[in-house]
Design a protein around this ligand. Structure first.
Ligand code: PHE
Length: 449
């Protein structure tokens, strides 16, 4: 392949318009929506938290999302060089480099959880998961602490690397065009199933009837952090996808479509999970184990539960894979430009490296490295903590300050004028940086609630 004539540092691959929106929704809709969102919503009291999340999505998420895509398209390069292309300043490129590292780190442990979903898909459809009198918590822990997760992690890496090797339109776009509609269909089937369970109404009201007394400052920070994670911000992902977008595409419209898509998927995921949880007398505040430890118990008692359970985990797997390809694309795009590797070579080498770096995380969820917790966290928890609470907010801050203060032509590239431009700048210059700094200080323990 190689670089075509024209701009030496620019990307040459392009998305079609719908292909881009689907790929970006595929990136944003992930384990965050299907796995993390329900359990943090459950923990922070349901509907009121959902509302808070929507507010954070609008005030913080959308402005940064637009900024990232704008930088990518304006700079026409990877998550590091784009900053440099737009300003000619080396240090901005260096900040961008950090987000490439962040993406690589996220991918290393995201692939583990993605692997769990594949295992559970297979185990559900084959019925192996469901046996009389099983304790699903024990089952999950014994699976997670063994070596199978490493096998599935490898499967995820091979798959992700394979899609990326086929390129932007022949790989990323094609794959999302098939999976995202399929995903919606499965989700709707599951929603109908869960809403018609006996006692479903209780779950719906937990999810949709706000109880504001359950909210505190901590909930606000969690909601904010999740808005970030859910929209795939702060690690160069939307920036890299943005670099493949045609000039005639409206980025403002794309921002709204992606934000709305993400929200709708989170909303339906809630309508799948909470009615099921309540109908079978489970606890919504279960935490990380909600999907893998609590829900199998519900599926085991449901008529044709192996089928609905299989669909549910397949859904998680698709969500995870469409996000995984967007995460690994960040370092792949970087390596192609930096070392002039072919796309194929980049995809293969980075998949292998990412696999190796991820293995310790995989073995730390109760496995041989499970008892190793320097500073009170396992390796897996450290990767999650460092990326979600430190590196992603930092990456978001870089994008925000760059667009708000350093790059003067952002408005033109974004296609915003008048009121919308002013509103966008006000958020980027003042509100968003303040909120991100709050999250950051809370994460490192300087602010306590
Ligand atoms: N947005 C994805 C999710 O909700 C996760 C993700 C984070 C994807 C960062 C890409 C980049 O699961």
């Amino acid at each position: 392949s190689g670089q075509a004539a024209g701009k030496k540092t620019g990307t040459v691959e392009r998305f079609t318009s719908t292909g881009f929106i689907l790929a970006a929704i595929g990136s944003s809709v992930g384990l965050g929506n299907m796995w993390k969102f329900p359990y943090i919503t459950g923990k922070h009291g349901g509907a009121a938290f959902f509302l808070l999340f929507i507010i954070c999505l609008i005030i913080v998420g959308l402005p940064i999302l637009l900024a990232e895509m704008t930088i990518g398209r304006g700079g026409r390069g990877n998550a590091s060089i784009s900053f440099f292309n737009l300003t000619g300043k080396k240090y901005w490129g260096a900040f961008g480099l950090l987000s490439i590292l962040t993406a690589f780190m996220i991918m290393s442990y995201y692939a583990i959880v993605a692997g769990w979903t594949l295992h559970y898909t297979v185990e559900s459809f084959t019925g192996l998961l469901f046996q009389e009198g099983s304790d699903y918590k024990v089952k999950f822990l014994s699976f997670a602490s063994g070596y199978w997760p490493i096998f599935w992690q490898a499967v995820v890496m091979v798959f992700t690397g394979g899609v990326l090797a086929k390129g932007v339109s022949g790989g990323i776009e094609k794959f999302n065009k098939i999976l995202i509609p399929g995903f919606l269909i499965i989700l709707l089937i599951l929603m109908v199933r869960s809403l018609t369970l006996p006692g479903a109404a209780e779950g719906v009201s937990f999810f949709l009837k706000p109880d504001f007394s359950k909210l505190d400052a901590e909930s606000a920070l969690v909601a904010l952090g999740h808005a970030f994670f859910s929209l795939s911000l702060g690690m160069g992902c939307m920036l890299t996808y943005g670099s493949y977008v045609e000039k005639r595409q409206s980025l403002g419209t794309a921002t709204l479509a992606i934000g709305f898509g993400d929200l709708v998927y989170a909303f339906i995921a809630g309508l799948v999970i909470f009615p099921t949880v309540f109908s079978y007398g489970l606890q919504p505040g279960e935490g990380v184990g909600l999907a893998f430890m609590a829900l199998p118990a519900a599926f085991s008692q449901m008529p044709f539960g192996f089928f609905f359970g299989g669909l549910f985990f397949l859904l998680l797997a698709i969500a995870a894979l469409t996000s995984a390809i967007s995460i690994l694309e960040v370092p792949v795009a970087y390596a192609m430009h930096k070392w002039q590797w072919s796309r194929k070579k980049s995809a293969i080498i980075l998949s292998i490296l990412c696999f190796i770096v991820g293995v310790p995380s995989g073995l730390s969820v109760g496995g041989v490295l499970g008892d190793f917790h320097p500073g009170g966290k396992t390796i897996f928890d450290w990767m999650d903590f460092l990326t979600s609470y430190i590196l992603m907010p930092f990456g978001g801050l870089v994008v925000t300050l760059f667009t708000g203060y350093a790059w003067k032509k952002a408005g033109e590239e974004a296609g915003l004028k008048g009121f919308w431009y002013k509103a966008w700048m006000f958020l980027l210059r003042v509100i968003v940086p303040i909120l991100i700094v709050c999250v950051f200080l809370h994460s490192v323990g300087i602010i306590k609630f």
